[in-house]
Design a protein around this ligand. Sequence first.
Ligand SMILES: *Cc1c(COP(=O)(O)O)cnc(C)c1O
Length: 472
Amino acid sequence: MSAELVSTRDGEEAKVKYTEALLAGLAPDGGLFTPYEIPTIDRQTLYRLSKMTYIDLFVAVKSLFVGRTITIADQKLMAEAAFTQDKFPGVIDGNFMPVNELEPGFFIQDLSRGPTAAFKDAALQPLGQELNHVLNSNGNSLRMLGATSGDTGSAAEAAVKGLAAIKLFMLSPAEGMSEFQRAQMGMLSGDNIHNISVLGRFDDCQDLVKELKSDPEFADLGAVNSINWGRISSQISYYFSGYFQAIGEKLGDPVDFVVPTGNFGNILAGYFAREMGLPIRKLIVATNENNVMDDVIQKGVYMSREAKITSSPSMDISKSSNFERLVYYLLGGDPMATAKYMRSFDSRGTVSFSDFGLPGDIMKQIDFDSGSSSHQSRLDNIRWAYNKHRTVIDPHTADAVAVARRFRTQGVPIVCMSTAHPVKFEDTIKEALGFVPIREERFEGIEGYTEDAFTVIQPEVEALKNYIRANS
Ligand SMILES: *Cc1c(COP(=O)(O)O)cnc(C)c1O
């Protein structure tokens, strides 16, 4: 089993190992690393996986994508270091991704029990361990650069905090994050963690990352954001876990998943799970008012537009970076066509499947679907979950629930992924329910960080370069 990766834009199709992709983040040609072949599992393996604890399930699925570059024994040790009771308080019986059945066949899967109460913890904790392992075995160190619209930042920082071989520069937009998210990042500033506040929006941060990466002086910077293959591949097991819990004894029957989507990382992991053979029927994208992916799925047109600031801020995007990986497979694994598609998108701000000989509803044909939500429906669904089921859900989860309630069908369980803890978005919860959710002890009073925890810069690449030079 090879587990080789290729860049979505590399016409030479040069094969890259898992560990190389992990360190590099983005491919040198601007493409994204993605599996050359997607591994598959048979029914017996599916049955075997269904009996495993989350840590064993994680290793079993992940190892198919890591190949031989890290031994299974080491992968297991790293998973045990990433998923500890200490980092994931409240986890019972090793179930790091528990589901809650609100109504018969209607599930919410809680992915956000980790150290920063974000679903990205469960992918970035393993990523930190893996990086540390690879760097230590090579005697190397690494500067890393990330961009966050909220949750990725603190989750990435928590994942590498204190690892001596890593320096992390994290860009966050001055506009659009919640005070809680800002506080979580501010708390982690210091020693190897540099928080940089960009006077602009998330897209400005992402553009800075891309621009810096194209400069040879900074080409060695690793990426720890939503496009790193290490992150996506660690999320595939979320779907296995959610599937097994929702399906119970009926292993093999279909399940639908609804995923609050921004950069298309989480739902892409669901695509890989389904391609591997997990019986997922529909993968349903839930967007907020920033409905770029809703339009791709419904109309076949990928069109960038200015991101709006919403009350589910971790999904406030104007483009979905990980979508490029799916485009690569939709275009038959043709890197030249993928590069052309992305060039067209980057230069004109819009591109259509029909320009590439694909039907406009190709994504619906392969069982994606989508819906979008609004501030009002977010509030309505927070109220619905609370009034009917005494469950407080966060605004991103509420977007998924809003869409799931439109799509649920008789006889097929539907799982909404819950991507954040409501405590992180108190204002919206208060607006919906009239009270703020109870804070666990670990989150009490965290807003007490100091302002100098963030270095403020203009959205200009020179300002960023100077800061990194001065702190390398
Ligand atoms: C990152 C994030 C999302 C979006 O996930 P993608 O993988 O970028 O689609 C949704 N909800 C929350 C709370 C997030 O932090």
